[in-house]
Design a protein around this ligand. Structure first.
Ligand code: KG4
Ligand code: ZN
Length: 352
């Protein structure tokens, strides 16, 4: 059974063809980094216009790479939230049109649920597991006991981890997208050079990252880093040291919270997903912890961590029974953050 996945929740236009929810035959991701880089962040209106230009060629390319015609597709899965509403509506409207034209069932997929099933096309999701989602829009710890639902264990009370890294990179003048730029800049830097706080490290499974960014800003402004006339002045720490210290502060808190979630749930399996899960410092930290503490760590390959349509197709396949009889009635939802959800076609998500 072939599922066509479509993902346009933020700034990547993505389509994938996945067999039986686990074998990716094709995956195409068209990034908009070039469009948003001059602004240092995603410009929502520009993002939806670019999705509009790209969605048809991206879906056509995914089908041709999978050597599949639309008539071979048994199910279309599309992200309908959360995300940027204009961006979501492009993918959803396109998917509705395709489904109506070809008479194919259409299933809406929650973007977070997609990330939690990132490992489906890479050998399967090990169940039950604790799952850390760290992206630009979300940071949360989840209990995943079956593929159809998940439970929120803890989430950020302010910025997402990726958002914090993006903002820190911007402060350090490292460009956009910030996370990968920060990782590159941190190479060779001393992670202990700048003692930054470890917000909310002591207790609970919630996160907070906005204070970390403020701490960096305070240090930079107090020591003349943000001074336009600093040319030629010798500053106390190198950009590599500052980037490494910030990366260390974020990843250290993520590690502590993952270990606590494993302890509290009694589970011995950890998965991670989201763009920040590409970060090598985080992957190494968690790998070392898994050896030290004796739990199994399941890392998706980088292309499955950041936004893609393979995970949406995989989640759609799992949720196929919930495809509504009238797909044209579907709507998008933008809700930011990890909230309690309801309805049979939406995953179960509850706060502690
Ligand atoms: O999952 P994703 O592609 O989109 C969202 O749903 O947000 O995640 C994008 C986020 C951005 O904040 C980006 O800076 C961050 O993931 N990111 C990284 C790395 N690659 C992407 N952060 C740290 N290190 C990386 N290597
Ligand atoms: Zn995402």
């Amino acid at each position: 059974m072939l599922t066509l996945g479509i993902e346009t929740s933020c700034d990547d236009t993505a389509a994938a063809v996945v067999r039986d929810g686990e074998e990716a035959l094709a995956s195409v991701v068209s990034s908009q980094d070039d469009l948003h880089a001059p602004f240092g962040g995603v410009v929502p209106e520009a993002a939806s216009r670019r999705h509009l230009e790209r969605i048809d060629p991206v879906v056509t390319l995914a089908l041709s790479r999978a050597h599949a015609a639309l008539s071979d597709i048994s199910l279309i899965a599309v992200t309908n939230g959360p995300g940027l509403i204009g961006s979501l509506l492009v993918g959803l409207s396109y998917a509705k049109g395709l489904a109506a034209r070809a008479g194919i069932p259409l299933v809406p997929v929650d973007h977070v649920h997609g990330h939690l099933l990132s490992l489906a096309p890479a050998g399967g999701v090990p169940l039950p597991c604790v799952s850390l989602l760290v992206s630009g829009g979300h940071t949360g710890l989840f209990l995943v006991e079956d593929l159809r639902s998940y439970r929120l264990l803890g989430t950020t009370v302010d910025d997402a981890a990726g958002e914090a890294m993006d903002k820190a990179a911007k402060l350090l003048g490292l460009g956009y997208p910030g996370g990968p730029a920060l990782e590159r800049a941190a190479a060779g830097g001393d992670p202990a050079a700048l003692p930054l706080p470890r917000p909310m490290e002591g207790a609970g499974l919630d996160f907070s990252f906005s204070g970390l960014k403020t701490a960096l800003f305070t240090y930079l402004s107090a020591h003349g880093y943000l001074d336009r006339t600093r040319e030629g002045r010798i500053l106390p720490l190198s950009t590599a040291d500052l980037a490494a210290s910030f990366q260390e502060a974020v990843t250290a808190v993520l590690e502590v919270k993952c270990l606590r979630a494993l302890r509290e749930t009694g589970l011995r399996r950890l998965t991670i997903s989201g763009g920040v899960a590409r970060n090598r410092a985080l992957r190494e930290k968690l790998s070392l912890a898994s050896l030290r503490e004796g739990f199994s760590l399941h890392l998706p390959p980088p292309e499955l961590c950041s936004d893609n349509a393979m995970m949406i197709a995989a989640a759609g396949y799992v949720l196929r029974e919930t495809a509504p009889p009238d797909p044209l009635s579907l709507n998008a939802f933008s809700t930011k953050g990890l909230r309690r959800s309801s309805g049979a076609s939406r995953p179960r998500e509850t706060n502690r």
